[in-house]
Design a protein around this ligand. Structure first.
Ligand code: HEC
Length: 102
C-alpha cells in the first residue's frame, strides 16, 4: 500500500509540476549545481538572475553546459531546476541574485 502511494505520488508529480516542483528545484539547485558552483569550488557561483528565462531554457536545451551533467542530476531533476531558474531569472518577477554567494 505504501509503495502504491509512492508510485501514485510520483506519477502525480510528473503530471502536475507546480508548487512543489518549484521548491524542489530550489533545493536541487543549491545542492546539485552548488556542489560545483560555489566560492572556492570548481566553477564560479551561478544564480538564477544571471540570465533571462529563455536563455536558461536554451542553455540546457542545446546542451551548452560543459561535461556530463547527467552524472549529477537526472532529467526530472534538471527539469525542476530549469523551472526554478526561469521563475527567478533576470527578467522574472522575483529575480534571485545571491542564492549561491559569489
Ligand atoms: C560536476 C560539476 C558541475 C555541476 C554539478 C554543475 N556545473 Fe555548471 N559548470 C561546471 C564547470 C566546470 C563549468 C565551466 C566553468 C568555467 O568555464 O569556468 C560550468 C559552467 C556553467 C555555466 C556557464 C558559466 C557562465 O557563467 O555562463 C553555467 C550557466 C552553469 N554551469 C550552470 C549550472 C547549473 C544551473 C547547474 C545545475 C543544474 C550546474 N551548472 C551544475 C561544473 C558544474
Amino acid at each position: 500500500m505504501k509503495r502504491l502511494f509512492l508510485l501514485s505520488a510520483m506519477a502525480l508529480g510528473l503530471l502536475t509540476p507546480s508548487v512543489s516542483t518549484a521548491a524542489d528545484g530550489a533545493t536541487l539547485f543549491v545542492q546539485k549545481c552548488g556542489s560545483c558552483h560555489k566560492r572556492g569550488g570548481q566553477a564560479p557561483a551561478v544564480n538564477p538572475a544571471d540570465k533571462a528565462g529563455v536563455v536558461w531554457e536554451k542553455y540546457f536545451e542545446r546542451g551548452r553546459h560543459p561535461g556530463n551533467l547527467s552524472q549529477s542530476l537526472n532529467n526530472g531533476e534538471l527539469g525542476s531546476v530549469i523551472q526554478y531558474l526561469k521563475a527567478h531569472a533576470a527578467d522574472s518577477d522575483q529575480p534571485a541574485t545571491a542564492v549561491i554567494p559569489k
